[in-house]
Design a protein around this ligand. Structure first.
Ligand code: IPD
Ligand code: CA
Ligand code: CA
Length: 258
C-alpha cells in the first residue's frame, strides 16, 4: 500500500507538471535572485498531498513549498513537487517530482518521476532500484580522470574555500566533463542508472536528495557527505558515485589534487 500510494503521488504531481508545461503560469521569486516558484509547484504539491492524505492522513510530511506538517508518526514523506523549477519555467524538460519516505528515521522508499522523458525511478530499501521497472546499476568506471560527472550550483553563491566554482574549475582544467542538469534528484538517478559516474553538490535541502539518496544506494552506489561519513539529507553536502571513484572525488571536493 505504501508503494502504491507513493507511485500514485508522483504520478499525480507529474500530471500537474505536464498540464502547466510550456503553458502560462504565474512565477514568483523566493530568497536568492532566480530562486523561482511557479503555480505548477503549488498545484503539484497539492495533488501529491491529496493522494497521501487519502491513504495516510496521520503521516508526517516535509515538503518544499509548505514546510513541515508535523504529525506523531513514524513515517515521514519528504517531497519536492518540482525539482528543476528553473528548467520547468524555461520549458526545459529536465525536471521531476521527487518523493522519499522515511520510517523511524531511515529512508525506506523513494520515487523520482520525469514525465517528459517518461522515466520513473523507484527504490525500496533492500530491493534494488529500477527505471521503468527494469533494475539499474551504477557504472563501472574506476578512474576519476575518465569519469563523466554532474554537479549543481546553489541559488545564492557560496564563497567558501573549495566552493562550487573552485571544485568545478579544478575538474574542468584537467579535462573531466562535468555536466550541470539543474535537477539534483535527476542527477542522483542518473548516477544510479550509470549515466554519470559521480555527482557532488555543496548546498542541498532534504527534499532535493531524499528519494535519490536511496535510489543511488540501492543501485550499488556510494553516497556520503564531504567528510566521507554516511550521507544524511538533513545536512547540505553530498557526494554520490559508483563507489570506485568515491575516494578520489572526495579528495578533490576537499581541495586535493586529481
Ligand atoms: C534545485 C535543483 C538544482 C540544485 C539546487 C536545487 P529546485 O531545486 O535541484 O539542481 O542545484 O540546489 O535547489 O529549486 O529546482 O527544487
Ligand atoms: Ca529541489
Ligand atoms: Ca522544488
Amino acid at each position: 500500500m505504501l508503494k502504491q500510494t507513493l507511485l500514485k503521488a508522483v504520478e499525480a504531481g507529474a500530471a500537474e507538471l505536464t498540464r502547466f508545461f510550456n503553458g502560462s503560469f504565474t512565477i514568483s521569486n523566493k530568497e536568492g535572485v532566480n530562486n523561482l516558484v511557479t503555480e505548477a509547484d503549488h498545484a503539484a504539491e497539492k495533488a501529491i498531498f491529496d493522494v497521501i492524505r487519502k491513504e495516510f492522513p496521520g503521516h508526517y510530511i516535509l515538503s518544499e513549498e509548505t514546510g513541515e506538517i508535523v504529525q506523531d508518526s513514524s513515517y515521514k514523506w519528504i517531497i519536492d513537487p518540482i525539482d528543476g523549477t528553473v528548467n520547468f519555467a524555461n520549458g526545459i524538460p529536465i525536471c521531476c517530482v521527487s518523493i522519499g519516505i522515511e520510517h523511524e528515521g531511515e529512508m525506506v522508499m523513494g520515487a523520482v518521476y520525469n514525465p517528459f522523458l517518461n522515466e520513473l525511478f523507484f527504490a525500496q530499501k533492500g530491493f534494488g532500484s529500477t527505471l521503468n521497472d527494469q533494475l539499474i546499476r551504477v557504472s563501472d568506471t574506476h578512474e576519476l580522470i575518465h569519469s563523466c560527472l554532474v554537479t549543481g550550483f546553489p541559488y545564492t553563491y557560496l564563497d567558501s574555500p573549495n566552493g562550487p566554482l573552485q571544485v568545478f574549475e579544478k575538474l574542468i582544467r584537467k579535462g573531466v566533463p562535468v555536466r550541470r542538469l539543474g535537477s539534483a534528484a535527476i542527477d542522483l538517478c542518473w548516477v544510479a542508472a550509470g549515466r554519470f559516474d559521480g555527482f557532488y553538490e555543496h548546498k542541498l535541502q532534504a527534499w532535493d536528495s531524499a528519494a535519490g539518496f536511496l535510489i543511488v544506494k540501492e543501485a550499488g552506489g556510494t553516497i556520503t557527505d564531504f567528510k566521507g561519513d554516511p550521507y544524511s539529507p538533513y545536512q547540505p553536502h553530498l557526494i554520490a558515485t559508483n563507489g570506485k571513484i568515491h575516494a578520489d572525488l572526495l579528495r578533490v571536493v576537499n581541495g586535493g589534487e586529481l
